[in-house]
Design a protein around this ligand. Sequence first.
Ligand code: CA
Length: 578
Amino acid sequence: MTHKRIELLFNGNNIQQYTLTLEATNTTIEKITLPPNKNYLIVEIAISQNQKAEDLRFLFKGKRKKPIEFRYPILSRDTKGGQGIDANDLMYMIFPDRFSNGDTGNDVIAGMNETTCDRNNGYARHGGDVQGIINHLDYLDELGIKSLWINPLVENNQPKTSYHGYAATDLYKIDPRFGSNELYKSLNTQCHQRGIKVVTDVVYNHWGNEHHLYKDIPDSNWFHWFPKFTKTNYRAEVLVDPYASQADKTLMSDGWFDKHMPDLNQQDPHLAKYLIQNSIWWVEFAGVDAYRIDTYAYPDQKFMSQLNDAIRKEYPNFVLFGETWVQGSSVQAYFTEANGLNKAFSSHLQSVTDFQLYYAITKGLNEPFGWEESFRRIQMTLSHDVLYKDPYRLVTFLDNHDLSRFYSVIGEDDAKFKMGIALLYTLRGIPCIYYGTEILMKNFCDPDSKVREDFQGGWQGDASNKFTAEGRTEKENETFDFVKTLGQWRKNNSWFGLSKLTQFVPEENTYVYFRHDKAHTVMCLYNGNDEEITIKLDRFAECIKGKPSGLDIITGQRVTIDTSMMLAPKSVRIIELY
Ligand code: CA
């Protein structure tokens, strides 16, 4: 591997009293660091190019005659991950505790800090797990899914609300209530066999306060401390703002995300190394293709750059995208690499979650047409793509685990639902659909658990099974089929995701744009009016290029391309031109 000098963190009662030697032919100890806590030893080793797969034998010699031996295995490489994701890889996002319970034997693990499994309590665990996801990979195939993002699966041994996964207590271990490291690896292998890429959700900003390295801290420098509990200001824009005060910037980066989430000081070189090595280890061990980085704006940004660079040096096609829940395209673009903004150093981050397009679509579909409203809000938001090196890598969405369900946001309006899905699936970017959106799961995000409800049919004995057509209502099947048709079409047309986008300024509450390359042209037309409208096509001549006919992707019907086209009230048409 590119990374040949690695650090090992040894933990044992008063471990610093021992003398350490390493028995190995091609690996040597380069440096031993004694952190302030005598229970830890930081050992830097150099692995030679000639190192074979074998156990490194570390011998700790103390007062006893026989030294204590610790074996550290060096394994043969077996990389299946690192493929990266692009705009062809339609993504499905699963909140694992609430998707499907494939193993009721792991619902409660004796000895863990939280032992409640109660589906009637939104804050408790419900029993969903990795096996439940494995059991429904056919369902993902049916929807045309090509990449899978699961919220964090690593151990969260917290006493309360541990189900959400964002308060890690062991970075090297899948939470036993979700499964095991081996089961996670097996899920990823099965995904790869189906052509589904794997996205892992990672958090560098904070851990849970039950983390073993917080309960017995190697070095107080690993965390940010305040005389009394101090929260971050959650104001990412201060990192971009040329007029921001240092006080606001420090509070943003060093303040804690929550009381039970100690804030990590990634400027500590040993902690930084710990986090980077762990990230590389998961890619290699479990075959990960991309990382979704939680709370991206909150950790030290120089560290994030270092981490992104290190992973991409090891896996050149790997993709990292950050969660940037921020206001404004310039603030969002600031965190991406090689953007049009004057930045002191490269972030080495290819992509971010596209909250700006999310705002534009959800607001736009709910407001009357105007100078900058409705479809114009979407068209104007896309014009800001000039800021990005590669806007096609932006991860786009209509809702997620922190946001109100899309179907509720648009007032449970089926026509708007179809327009929203069509926008998501046919505009630029990597579209991501949140589990259950396709079967019209609803609710506003107050509290969070309302948008993290169980997928009906994921638990044995559920009243209905929404994974099957028979278990869905007529209305749910109509929307499911719409989502499926577009997903399958996308999957079968691998030219589409990276094709050019050309949009026309919306007029009369209609919106027309094209996706095209040398061999293909797709015309997308939206009518936001309550009445039908006939639109003249001559305005779009530069994209239609005189093509006489087309195929309506949604209905499967042949279409003649004339001088004008009728659009039904509140509707979308997607037509491939010939
Ligand atoms: Ca379970």
